[in-house]
Design a protein around this ligand. Structure first.
Ligand code: ADP
Ligand code: MG
Length: 362
């Protein structure tokens, strides 16, 4: 079932400015959609309507079946607090509170003050060491990461980000986008407004607005593919460590709706679910093996050839496992002389190119 259904959404300001006109689309749980369009095309208006910060002139937004237009002001506030994580271009941090206190303020709003949890949220965005700094003592990128930790504190069903990297330099932009990437990988649902086409393309699909109208919808990736890949890799690695892939273990991963994703994986005959255990089918085995091979070869390449530090090599390899084509993977494998293990000593699944070489040698 769709998380979001938008039907004929229209917003007219002051009875004359049509900021948004007849926009309709749906969004599945776990999807990442970017919204692009020139300045003034209605992007912020759309985000405000989706997050119930504003009410439409016509049309409606159905969130999990609830018509947002039918909520009274109190219910709307509650809806925002419980279901939505907002990230804005200006970070909106309270200047006299530390990073930790800013996150805890959001908890207070959700009535669950728990310092350990706030700290964990900052850890997830790599900011635990800076938790006692004030916003003014943090770089723009770090401030945006605090804002992201704050948005995540109540486990929102939908994250709405309006030009989240608009005030950041390139390096900080990359760090923040890596975090969005990570969230998507764990199954979060994201709508991210951006004017940068490179960022727009990171999403599963891109909605384009022009003069308030839906001017195009470009699909880049099949829904949930990365979440599926992530789970396939986890099953593979559990088995490698001589552990059975129990459902309970997979549930402990930071993936939303593990059960739903596994059910879809079973439908697509990638896994078989048997008495609380997950087993790879032949096609699941092949896809997992290809993924692990790409990931570990990329790790080797970044560590040995580009001498990146461990953590950096790992996160870069994470992105590359989804980009490398089979031909390029084999080229890298040959360039590295068909390595048998990754930098951590785990085996790299062999490809056709390794067999050809073994045949030639023997
Ligand atoms: P974007 O975020 O794509 O730059 P906006 O959604 O902010 O675009 O604005 C879309 C159009 O609606 C613009 O023409 C803008 O001037 C107008 N607009 C936005 N907010 C208001 C408002 N509160 N009152 C009147 N007009 C507005
Ligand atoms: Mg805007």
């Amino acid at each position: 079932m769709s998380l979001l259904r938008v039907e004929g959404l229209t917003k007219i300001y002051d009875g004359q400015v049509a900021a948004l006109e007849e926009v309709s689309f749906g969004l599945e749980p776990g999807e990442w959609m970017s919204v692009m369009g020139p300045s003034g095309s209605g992007k912020t208006t759309l985000i405000n309507l989706l997050g119930a910060l504003d009410t439409p002139t016509r049309g409606r937004v159905l969130f999990d079946g609830t018509d947002l237009g039918r909520l009274d002001p109190v219910e709307r506030t509650r809806f925002r607090a419980e279901k939505i994580g907002f990230v804005f271009q200006a970070f909106h941090l309270v200047p006299y509170l530390t990073a930790l206190e800013n996150v805890m303020l959001a908890q207070y709003f959700h009535s669950l003050t728990d310092e350990a949890q706030a700290r964990a949220a900052l850890e997830r965005v790599g900011l635990a060491p800076r938790r006692h700094h004030l916003p003014a003592q943090l770089s723009a990128g770090e401030q945006q990461r605090v804002a992201l930790a704050r948005a995540l504190i109540n486990q929102p069903r939908l994250i709405l980000a309006d030009e989240p990297t608009g005030n950041l330099d390139e390096q900080n932009e990359a760090v923040v986008m890596q975090l969005f990437h990570e969230l998507h990988r764990r199954g979060h649902t994201l709508i991210v407004v951006t004017h940068d086409p490179t960022i727009g393309r990171l999403a599963d699909r891109c909605l384009e607005l022009q003069h308030g109208r839906l001017a195009g919808m470009t699909i880049y990736r099949e829904e949930r593919d990365e979440v599926i890949d992530h789970l396939l890799q986890q099953v593979w690695m559990l088995r490698e460590g001589n552990q059975s892939a129990e459902l309970a273990k997979l549930r402990r991963l930071e993936v939303l709706d593990v059960g739903g994703t596994l059910a879809r994986m079973a439908e697509r005959t990638l896994v078989v679910l048997r008495e609380g255990h997950v087993e790879l089918t032949r096609s699941g085995e092949q896809r997992a093996s290809d993924l692990i091979r790409r990931y570990r070869l990329a790790e080797r390449l970044f560590r040995d050839t580009f001498t990146l530090a461990d953590a950096e090599a790992e996160s870069t390899a994470c992105q590359f496992e989804h980009i490398l084509s089979p031909a390029v993977t084999d080229k890298i494998c040959a360039f590295l002389d068909h390595p048998r293990t990754c930098p951590h000593g785990n085996p790299i699944p062999q490809g056709d190119c390794c067999q050809v070489r073994a045949g030639a040698a023997g």
